[in-house]
Design a protein around this ligand. Sequence first.
Ligand code: SF4
Ligand code: SF4
Length: 470
Amino acid sequence: MPEKYHININETPARFPLVSKYAIVETREKCTGSCRKCVRKNCAFGVFKLNSHNMQKAKERQYLYGCEGCFRCVQECPGGVFSRVKNPDWDNLGGGYWTPDIIHQTWKQAENGRVPVSGAGYRGKFAACGFDSIWTDMSEIVRPTRDGIHGREYINTSVDINRRPHHLSFSQDGKLDRSYTTVVEIPIPLLFEVPKFGIINRRVLNAMVSAASELETLMFLRPEEYSDDLEPLASSIVPRLKASNQVQFNNLIKKCRIVEIDYCENILQIIIAAKTINPDVLISVGIELDGKAVERAIETSELDEVDLLHFYADANGNGLGSNQPRFLSSLIQEMHSALVERGLRFRTNLVFSGGIALAEHLAKAIIYGADALAISTPLLLALECHMCYRCLSGESCPVSMEEIPENWGRQRILNLAGAWRDQLIEVMGAMGIREARRLRGDIGRSMCFENLEKECFGPIFGKSVAKGSV
Ligand code: SF4
Ligand code: SF4
């Protein structure tokens, strides 16, 4: 039996205090200091200990970092010294699609590699926009043998990267009449790419690439970002080439297993040139998710030389080139269906980038038709980024991103990937699915709020009233 895939999780604390949603305000003048029942020692999360350094400097009010908002100290202090408030720094985290909750959750997973658990249950909306309008089928949740990460059955999260032959053909003596590319499998449907913002120096980049290598997955980067110190990890790197710079990076093509070429009109010519440099190299074609994406996908998936199609939405998961962009889930479904209808889907693999912010998005995107997803912003978040965008205007980084220790960063990314994979396994276990490949395009495993509303209320009210926030 092949060895089970395992991600090495190791508790890796943040270097700076975590900004949490709730904060405890301590009103010092109310404290008599004589009741001998001080609740500070009882905090299950050690918040007072964690903040002891700041506390000494605090005068009147102190917002405590890391508070989980359990209320215990507020209720138990006989002097009423503490009160719970919303941390004023909370709303400064991220913005829009990248909510403070997502950022905080990512930090925690990068720290401990565990599946996030909310003791207070789900308190969000019944349905919202984007991935939050999709529910997954959990009908097998009660089957003990398929009980997610703790079950007895192995749940495989591997996916293929290279093109699959339509059929095998044999010569008269029974041998294969041509060589077929070896199957390239990655053990987790999660690939990395370099974030478009943030401080990306050698330390940050090396941490990301070495984590990709340890996870046996791939990292997309621009060839200008490659340097000789990454050579031992070259098999995990996918350089993103353009027609204009491909010749300049011929040496890099020789070293890599896969290269990506941005879609262009003479794409076949560029692919053939790359294959001439390295006949074994697999080819990914990068396609922007704009109005022409389907047409381009059909054209390129018909080419025998193409193994992978990599589609790019924006960082919030929106399609490109439109004032009213559609969300990633519907673009994935459209792409998958278009290729199925033309009998092309089995030929290539589809990777999508943009807007994958939580582990559950992985499962939902695969159900809608993706083979794998590429992430960038969550990698920066794993390194404690606050998404404050100060670096874009040359201001100092509140978490000194430029100074991260490489091994610390690598381990935080491994922890995040471990937590996401465990959640994917939990979802697949609850669906009774043991193979990530089997989940792909299995749309019947989900329900979409917009569709349900259209089908149920459309006939009554004449039109869908779904606006995505209930
Ligand atoms: S509210 Fe709970 S977690 Fe926060 S400081 Fe008080 S006891 Fe600790
Ligand atoms: S924390 Fe802010 S300044 Fe630092 S990398 Fe992130 S966005 Fe840039």
